[in-house]
Design a protein around this ligand. Structure first.
Ligand SMILES: [Zn+2]
Length: 126
């Protein structure tokens, strides 16, 4: 194999996803609530499963439960269910021990928006 590093500068405009992207950069979750059926998507969907394109932005808690996880050479990732959302999301999992299933969204280490989940503080056991 021949390795070659390729630099490709580019910029992406968030467009209609601006509220979502700006919230992600701060470690916050903004979802879309469908005006027709009330379904909340996070990550936001342009068009709801019911077919409606009308929706409002809603702030979610950012808390999520890990449903499935996979470990790779570039990190651990999970299929998660965010509190208040009807769809699921794939996120990076930072600092998750195998028994931890609850986490919350955190701000990415750079300005590049990313879905990163950190473990929620464990409940004290009596
Ligand atoms: Zn809908």
């Amino acid at each position: 194999m021949i390795s070659y590093e390729l630099a490709l500068p580019y910029s992406l405009e968030p467009g209609w996803l601006a509220p979502y992207v700006e919230a992600l950069q701060k470690g916050r979750a903004m979802g879309r609530s469908c005006s027709k059926c009330g379904s909340v998507s996070f990550p936001p969907q342009r068009r709801c499963q019911c077919g409606s394109g009308e929706a409002q932005w809603v702030r979610l808690s950012g808390k999520a439960s890990v449903l499935l996880r996979t470990h790779g050479s570039d990190g651990t990732f999970g299929l998660v269910q965010f509190e208040g959302a009807t769809n699921k999301a794939v996120t990076r999992l930072e600092g998750f021990a195998s028994e931890i299933t609850d986490g919350h969204l955190i701000a990415p280490p750079s300005d590049v928006p990313a879905l990163i989940l950190a473990p929620s503080k464990s409940r004290s056991t009596p």
